[in-house]
Design a protein around this ligand. Structure first.
Ligand code: UD1
Ligand code: CA
Length: 461
């Protein structure tokens, strides 16, 4: 944002706190919502405002926090001792290349669901100080917003410093605020720690502004969840459910059948064509695209894949790094691993694992098979228990199967090996040499019957 009247926008993200109540070796802001750290959510939202700069104040486990966002265009500021939010912002704006009329927006990295829209409303205000507040049924623990009789914001009082009467106020400080840089610098310089917690309170700048008759604005957030900070794993889990339900609602309203919006998890991007249906308990990770009329059965996990139109994925299938062309039938209990590709109308049935292998049009691998590092042509049938032996203990080898090949059940194809088109392989074969086009290969010991054989009997004495 480079509005000349209001100056440029600078963002300071507070992320130095310890997060003791998470009871975790992982720094709090690296705990995840929908598969992304809270810090990543916060920075995404900040970036959406296109600010002139973003700084993140780090302290506890700061090295890990910084490394988690490697490659992001942000500056890192250390706060080795957490002397309060005012202290954190002091450090956060130290040496900032800003002009008096620029604005500084303070965000908390542990408030992951704050939406770009609400934040946009705050960023659009033109007061010298703008607060994001919210009404809470139970405001315990939060700083209370104290207003004059004319409704203007007068100051913020922390829970621990508040009188009984002040504690009755239900409008609370979310902690997120924006202030004019020139004034902020001055006010931060004059902060004092004469309060119940012996800290430098950022919130004290509100009273300073009011005393100078500088306008203080408050944007009231509609939903408490949007500005809820995470202090423990229960809060994290609750926000996760809210986030997921909202995604499910958006999908449903965009035309996808979500059998139960409370039982869907999308950790990344899910793009659905027309008339897609998703049964309960599915998890989508990374970038997933489902074509028109795709039906996903219950309890499937799909990661970074593209399922072609009119395909059916039956229950308990696991699909990762896969592209299917369409009209495919997959599962139940199929496992498609990275590099698997199904051509149009190919079928993969129960307890089948496919890895780095392409299955041709209309070909079927219906039961209990492993196909890895292979190319299977069109119109093939791989019987139950077909195994490509692709690994010799050191290296992986390729199996090439032509078109219209019939592989009998319980066949091992010892790679590298090629089976020509129209070949047939007898059940129970261990194929170690190439099979020619149209040939029948049988590689198993012949069945014999032994004349005069008798079953041994128990000795008696
Ligand atoms: C703060 C606000 C309070 C508000 C509440 C909302 C102040 C004085 N109080 O209180 O009005 O209702 O947030 O949750 O601002 N942090 C640092 N360095 C520090 C201190 C904090 O980086 O020295 C970070 C924390 O990691 C956290 C955020 O700032 O992300 C808020 O700190 P926290 O201690 O939770 O503030 P509260 O006391 O809850
Ligand atoms: Ca807090």
């Amino acid at each position: 944002m480079t509005d000349s009247v209001k100056g440029r926008l600078h963002v300071v993200v507070l992320a130095a706190g310890k997060g003791t109540r998470m009871r975790s070796a992982t720094p709090k802001v690296l705990h995840e919502i929908a598969g992304r750290s809270m810090l990543a959510h916060c920075l995404d939202t900040a970036e959406a405002l296109e600010p002139a700069s973003i700084r993140v104040v780090i302290g506890h486990e700061g090295e890990a926090v910084r490394e988690s966002q490697a490659g992001r265009d942000v500056q890192w500021v250390w706060q080795h001792e957490q002397n309060g939010t005012g202290h954190a912002v002091q450090l956060g704006i130290e040496g900032l290349e800003a002009e008096a009329n620029d604005r500084v927006l303070v965000l908390y990295a542990d408030v992951p669901l704050l939406g770009a829209e609400t934040l946009g409303d705050l960023a659009a205000t033109e007061a010298v100080v703008s607060l994001l507040t919210v009404h809470m049924d139970d405001p315990t623990g939060y700083g209370r917003i104290l207003r004059d009789t004319d409704g203007s914001v007068r100051r913020i009082v922390e829970q621990k410093d508040a009188s009984e009467a002040e504690r009755q106020v239900q409008e609370v400080n979310t902690g997120i605020l924006m202030a004019r840089y020139g004034d902020l610098v001055t006010w931060l310089d004059s902060l004092e720690a004469g309060n119940a917690q012996g800290e430098l309170y950022l919130t004290d700048i509100v009273e300073m502004a009011a005393n100078e008759d500088k306008p203080v604005d408050a944007v009231i957030a509609e939903d408490a969840w949007e500005v809820t900070g995470v202090n423990d794993r229960l809060a994290l889990a609750r926000l996760e459910r809210i986030y997921q339900e909202r995604q499910a609602e958006a999908l449903a309203l965009a035309g996808t059948t979500v059998v139960d919006p409370a039982r869907l998890d999308v950790r990344g991007m899910l793009d659905c064509g027309m008339d897609v249906s998703i049964d309960v308990g599915c998890v989508f990770e990374g970038d997933v695209r489902l074509g028109d009329n795709v039906w996903i059965g219950p309890h499937c996990v799909l990661r970074d894949c593209e399922i072609g139109p009119n395909s059916v994925v039956e229950a308990f299938s696991h699909i990762d790094g896969v592209v299917t062309a369409g009209d495919n039938a997959i599962g139940p209990y199929a496992r498609l691993r990275p590099g698997a590709a199904l051509d149009s109308a190919a079928k993969v049935g129960n307890f089948v694992e496919i890895k780095a292998a392409r299955i041709g049009e209309r070909s079927k691998v219906n039961h209990l098979s492993y196909v890895g590092d292979a190319r299977v042509g069109d119109d093939c049938n791989l019987g139950a228990g077909t195994i490509t032996c692709n690994y010799d203990g050191s290296n992986k080898h390729h199996t090439e199967i032509g078109d219209r090949v019939f592989v009998g059940s319980s066949t091992q194809l010892v790679a590298p090996v090629t089976v020509g088109s129209d070949a047939t392989i007898g059940a129970g074969s261990t194929i170690t040499r190439d099979v020619g086009e149209g040939r029948l290969a049988v590689a198993r010991s012949r069945q014999t019957e032994i004349d005069g054989w008798r079953r041994p009997r128990k000795k008696r004495d």
